[in-house]
Design a protein around this ligand. Sequence first.
Ligand code: F6R
Length: 256
Amino acid sequence: MEIIIQPTPGAATSIAARLIARLVREKPDAVLGLATGGTPLLLYRELMRMKLDWRRITTFNLDEYVGLKPEHPASYHSFMWENLFGKIGIVRRNVHIPDGLARDIPAFCERYEKKIRSAGGIDLQVLGIGTDGHIGFNEPASSLASRTRIKTLTPRTLRDNARYFGGGKKVPHHVITMGIGTILEARQCLLLAFGRKKAPAVARMIEGPVTAAHPASALQLHPRVKIFLDEEAASRLKRADYYRFIYAHKPDWQRI
Ligand code: F6R
């Protein structure tokens, strides 16, 4: 794991954006895995500003709420079109987001996996982390080999996400999410986490044991993961100074 600690979310995000921009320029038909939520908002804003050519890029989103129409304001379809896709000239048929209204969810999930495979697999997967350690919506006790499927959110995630539903109790309990096995097959993963609230989950992900009890810890098994943190999210890391030292002394050819 490569841990990149920056003073602010903005500073960490610009490095992550540069990395994605480089991939989009070098491989104009790249396949990106994307996340929603508060964390990647800055990243998407920065990518929009970079005026990249998205016409041949394919995307797969991590997850969607079961039971929400794509046009529901809190759906991840709405989120993605509002905060990125609507502003970058991506081709609609190249965008894939789980269908929260799928009648046969297991069959839908199987097709989603097949589509990822026939697109050639995901080149780079963007991730956030939940305060309970989820990636995608793989909540604690998710199999580390899991594939795209339905999951039930934890009460903690329901509380964390209530803000997107007007603070009430309307957060759907079920979601469709790529599995941990699906995420681990991406050629490269890039996880962003900001703020003190994320610090305990970040510390367990990086310095705790690999365990289904903390799904993000599965990223320790991936050979190419970059974790972008601000100082607050890094505040519980025991070896933060060492991670800073590594980043400061990267060989020139490894610089982002
Ligand atoms: C969203 C997703 C989730 C979020 C996580 C953090 O597509 O897969 O894992 O990344 O819940 O959400 P925020 O960024 O809102 O704190």
